[in-house]
Design a protein around this ligand. Structure first.
Ligand code: GUN
Length: 285
């Protein structure tokens, strides 16, 4: 069997076309839509991700605002920029690109973002809403993964889903989302990570497996139950090459799989646009 491709690029393109139409309507009714980004340091992949987010904004007609601070920026300097965006009406919502060069700043920085402008859904108040299955801005990668599955007719309701990875931006919120009582969720979710013994035996229980660890090839063909749906959210660069959590041979046993390029990444960015629009609409009221 060779798995059907879960084409995130195609769906993201459709979503952006629809977003453009809604942005035009909002503009016509006098509502500004703007996304802010804060980049600290010069990490190559982070700079690229931020640049792509701005190019998506341009494509759909959303204004974008960018602040770039040196890697040596103090916590106070980063918080100043967060405060500035919190107070700028043209910025409907914004994000601080993670990881920060000083990861110990992240908690304080995320808490300083005004929850209604938190486009990433990573403020503790918004993560708390997710814990409580209450509506709120959802972290973009988890929301994008759910949308990609639903669009391809994969329901997670009542199914066994194994999430590999427990990071703040993907694994942890994805497990919360899929196990929540929010519409289209209600999955039986197991969270595993690189320190779990006999990872394969747990992963093999998954009818849907999502990996977001950043460990190259951690998901092996023999770990996958034949016919499972596999989502690789752990792509990362080694030099200029994009590497995945998921070994290529997994496609031989999975029924559906995300491609290494054009899978989850474009969906994350499409959800960022959705969250920006949502913040703009809610900010108007
Ligand atoms: N770095 C990698 N993924 C993300 C994300 O979803 N949001 C932010 N702010 N930084 C990231």
């Amino acid at each position: 069997m060779s798995a059907q491709i879960l084409d995130g690029q195609a769906l993201a393109t459709e979503m952006k076309l629809d977003a453009k139409r809604r942005v035009d309507e909002l503009k016509a009714s006098g509502v500004d839509v703007g996304l802010g980004t804060v980049l600290v340091g010069d990490d190559g992949p982070s700079s690229n991700y931020v640049a792509m987010k701005h190019s998506d904004c341009a494509e759909v007609g959303i204004a974008s605002f960018h602040r770039h601070l040196p890697a040596s920026a103090s916590l106070a300097q980063i918080l100043d920029v967060v405060d500035e965006f919190n107070e700028t009406p043209e910025v409907s919502a914004f994000l601080v690109q993670l990881p920060l060069p000083r990861p110990e700043f992240e908690e304080v920085v995320l808490e300083r973002i005004r929850p209604t402008k938190d486009v990433d859904g990573l403020h503790p108040m918004n993560l708390g809403k997710l814990v409580m299955s209450r509506p709120g801005p959802l972290p973009c990668t988890p929301a994008g993964i759910l949308k990609l599955l639903q669009h391809n007719g994969v329901s997670v309701e009542g199914k066994r889903v194994v999430v590999v990875g427990r990071g703040l931006t993907v694994g942890r919120p994805l497990a919360l989302l899929l196990s929540s009582t929010l519409p289209g969720c209600n999955a039986a979710v197991t969270v595993v990570h690189s320190r779990v013994k006999d990872l394969g035996s747990v992963i093999r229980e998954g009818e849907v497996v999502v990996s977001a660890t950043g460990v190259p090839g951690i998901i092996k063909k023999e770990y996958i139950r034949p016919g499972a749906v596999v989502v690789g959210a752990g792509t990362f660069f080694v030099g200029r090459k994009l590497i995945s959590d998921v070994e290529e041979s997994v496609a031989e046993v999975a029924s559906m799989i995300t491609p290494r390029i054009g899978g989850v990444g474009p969906m994350t960015r499409a959800m960022l646009i959705e969250n920006t629009l949502l913040a703009a609409v809610q900010g108007r009221n």
